[in-house]
Design a binder for this molecule. Structure first.
Ligand code: HEC
Ligand code: HEC
Length: 256
């Protein structure tokens, strides 16, 4: 091949890669209507240092203010980047914080602190390209201000059903009712029930096939970390405090 052919080939490939980048197999997150481009975290009650870390290190995927570097315009990198942004915004969107109900904000804050302390965010593939995107100790400390109680703890005294009722009402009724199915199945009688057996409720395959009985130990594990117990389950929610979990279990035992 002479030089000319190689140049032509290279130009052809680049044109193809740029052309393919016009396709968006995971949805096109680049076109954001102007009115969505609001100030990040507007209305959020949190220290400035916490906001700054979220904006600097998380907003690229978790908001409408994503930036699109040159290489992200070339397929297939464009597709992978777009997928991260589509999924990231789906999980939470710093541009829409204000729209979340207060208890959702609280839950999300706890989840952010957990992910940050575990080192699972930003995703590894992203940290490999953006060398300064990892969270250092002071970033983690700043994020921890979001949810001072989110640090996992495992020690609890005996469960208190009265307190458990209050925690249940505060934390669970966004998705569950005692007597009707909502985003989650009804929970009256769940203690002692086999997992995934409310007729007509659309469970994840994992829960439906688990064969678990909801006893103390299993509810405790479920509320501590649903994904660790049953990967790909549909309940995106955790109760970080051991005493809260013990109290909820005591309450669930009383609603037969
Ligand atoms: C490269 C894009 C990207 C960046 C940057 C990023 N995330 Fe994510 N994040 C994702 C994706 C994709 C998901 C959903 C899938 C997954 O868990 O990998 C996600 C999910 C999450 C979740 C939800 C986890 C769950 O189980 O519901 C939290 C919390 C989170 N990210 C926090 C953060 C924080 C805090 C930062 C900044 C320190 C951050 N992310 C930076 C892409 C990103
Ligand atoms: C964000 C919504 C959401 C919140 C909040 C939530 N759940 Fe769930 N829950 C679900 C969904 C969805 C399922 C079905 C899970 C599946 O099929 O993978 C579920 C399933 C369950 C199950 C298994 C039921 C069965 O029939 O097998 C129990 C037990 C449970 N949740 C308890 C709780 C408790 C206690 C709380 C409060 C601390 C809570 N959940 C908060 C959505 C939620």
């Amino acid at each position: 091949m002479n030089r000319f052919t190689i140049t032509k080939l290279g130009a052809g490939l680049l044109a193809a890669a740029l052309g393919l980048a016009q396709f968006h197999p995971f949805g096109n997150p680049r076109s954001v209507p102007m009115q969505m481009r609001t100030e990040l975290l507007s209305g959020a009650q949190m220290p400035e240092s916490t906001k700054r870390i979220l904006v600097e290190k998380c907003a690229n995927c978790h908001s409408y203010a994503s930036s699109w570097p040159v290489y992200s315009n070339v397929a297939p990198v464009s597709w992978l980047t777009e997928r991260d942004v589509v999924e990231g915004r789906d999980h939470f969107n710093l541009s829409r914080w204000r729209e979340l109900a207060p208890d959702r904000q609280e839950t999300l804050a706890e989840e952010i602190v957990r992910q940050a302390n575990r080192g699972s965010m930003p995703p590894l593939r992203y940290r490999m390209i953006h060398w300064n995107s990892s969270l250092n100790a002071s970033d983690k400390a700043a994020l921890s201000a979001l949810a001072p109680n989110a640090v996992e703890d495992t020690s609890a005294g005996p469960g208190d059903p009265m307190r458990g009722r209050a925690v249940f009402e505060h934390r669970c009724t966004g998705c569950h009712a005692l007597d009707s199915d909502r985003e989650g199945p009804h929970l009256r009688g769940v203690y002692g029930r086999t997992a995934g057996t409310v007729p007509g409720f659309d469970y994840s395959v994992g829960v439906r096939k688990s064969g678990l009985i909801w006893n103390d130990a299993n509810i405790e594990r479920w509320l501590r970390d649903t994904d660790a117990m049953i990967p790909d389950s549909k309940m995106g929610f955790r109760v970080p405090k051991a005493q809260d979990r013990a109290d909820i279990i005591a309450f669930l035992k009383t609603v037969r």
